[in-house]
Design a protein around this ligand. Structure first.
Ligand code: SAH
Length: 405
């Protein structure tokens, strides 16, 4: 009898330019960087790359359906990707947050930030006892049982919810019953957690991203420090993150502006959740449901404020959307500056991956110059400690704060 021949390892040969990029730590190999491979591969297979001298270069997750054909897991000396390897990476991710980002006042944070922490295409966000994992590549499905087991061991969550981007959902649908849009034995739809001592709800099963925008925690704290005595407008307020911090910082009143009734209702509930904090309990809080682009241009001129936060959703998810995004940032922030009272503060943020920080920061400074008013820069910021960025595409978040007389 002839025993079946074992399938050979999937070997990928790269064009030289891609080889250098991988060697210098870039985690993506695009389909057009693949010079050759020894056979077809399946989603999630471990693909091994060798350099031009046939030495081991890297190993990654193969994804035949994605333009990112391989997501690098490890580059350098040969390594075995097994349970121990995942466990070490996960423990390292927790260790870098435990006691710092996660502490007695904060029990919600990003715990694994994708490629920058060795999990390309996977993020894990913790909200109190609920760990929400989101997959952006179908290549994780083949490894999910081990990864879930490791996440449970390291984070000991009471509940674990698995969510997926749309393309992954299609693949996963043949493996699991995903009629509800997620997998897991979740607790409630809405989980309450604490960020710097402020309670927030996160819509862990159906909310945007994993239910909350954890990436703005440090900028919210900066706003709290500036808000004393100021009337605050929070444009694209979502669940009121910046508003609650501003209220605790002593704002004289807070206005949330968002197009979504759900978002505004969530913000109202978050104010109620924190009614034991005296400043949050007493601050006049108003909700405006409107298209921010139209409202900021058309609202009566007496709608002016001492502190305006402008934090829109991503306006350029693709390269070709960049110019339109820059025009939109221009319009929004120019109008925001017009609505600032003398001595007012603008906090402008961008989470558009295709608008580089230098362009965005430069644009806002330019608007301040053009306003003809005296102005000073308070700070600029990038990623929080729980959103480490190990390569340029991961550096999506930037913000700038100006005081304008
Ligand atoms: N600043 C928020 C996050 C903003 S998320 C925070 O700190 O948590 C983007 C928000 O913009 C969402 O709540 C979405 O409903 C809202 N939004 C999207 N398009 C909008 C528009 N045209 N006008 C007003 N709000 C909009």
């Amino acid at each position: 009898m002839n025993p079946a021949k074992p399938t050979p390892r999937l070997r990928i040969q790269l064009f030289p330019r891609a080889e250098s990029a991988v060697r210098s730590g870039h985690p993506w190999v695009f389909a057009d960087s693949v010079k050759g491979q020894n056979r077809e591969g399946t989603a999630g297979e471990l693909a091994v790359m060798y350099d031009r001298k046939d030495r081991f270069l890297a190993v990654g997750l193969y994804d035949p359906a994605s333009p990112i054909r391989v997501r690098i897991l490890h580059c350098g000396k040969p390594a075995t990707i097994d349970r121990t390897w995942w466990l070490d990476k996960t423990r390292a991710a927790l260790a870098s947050r435990d006691g710092t980002v996660l502490n007695e006042r904060t029990d919600g944070a990003r715990c694994i930030n994708g490629e920058s922490e060795g999990f390309p295409g996977l993020v894990a966000d913790l909200y109190s006892g609920t760990l929400v994992v989101k997959l952006y590549s179908a290549s994780w499905l083949a490894h999910w049982e081990i990864v879930e087991d490791v996440l449970r061991e390291v984070f000991s969550p009471e509940h674990l919810v698995l969510r997926m981007s749309r393309n992954v959902m299609t693949e996963a649908g043949s493996k699991w019953d995903l009629r509800e849009g997620y997998r897991g034995e979740p607790g409630d739809d809405i989980v309450v957690f604490r960020e710097n001592g402020i309670r927030f709800e996160s819509a862990v099963l159906r909310g945007q991203k994993t239910g909350f925008f954890l990436d703005q925690r440090d900028n919210r704290a900066r706003v709290e420090a500036l808000a004393g005595g100021r009337s605050v407008l929070n444009v694209f307020s979502f669940s009121g993150g910046f508003s609650l911090y501003a209220a605790r910082g002593g704002a004289s009143r807070v206005t949330d502006l968002d197009i979504s009734a759900h978002a505004l209702e969530s913000a109202a509930r978050n104010f109620k959740l924190n009614a034991d904090e005296p400043r949050i309990a007493v601050v006049p809080h108003e909700a405006v449901q409107a298209d921010a682009f139209a409202w900021i241009e058309e609202a009566p001129a007496d709608r002016s404020y001492d502190l305006i936060v402008v934090d829109p959703p991503s306006l350029a998810k693709r390269e070709r959307e960049r110019d339109g995004a820059i025009r939109a940032y221009h319009r929004l922030n120019a109008k925001a500056i017009e609505r600032l009272r003398p001595g007012g503060i603008l906090v402008a943020a961008s989470c558009s991956a295709h608008v580089p920080a230098v362009d965005f920061i430069g644009l806002v400074r330019e608007l301040a110059r053009k306003s003809g008013r005296k102005w000073s820069e308070q700070w600029t910021s990038a990623h929080a400690a729980d959103h480490p960025a190990s390569f340029p595409e991961a550096e999506y978040l930037k913000a700038i704060c100006l005081k304008i007389d």
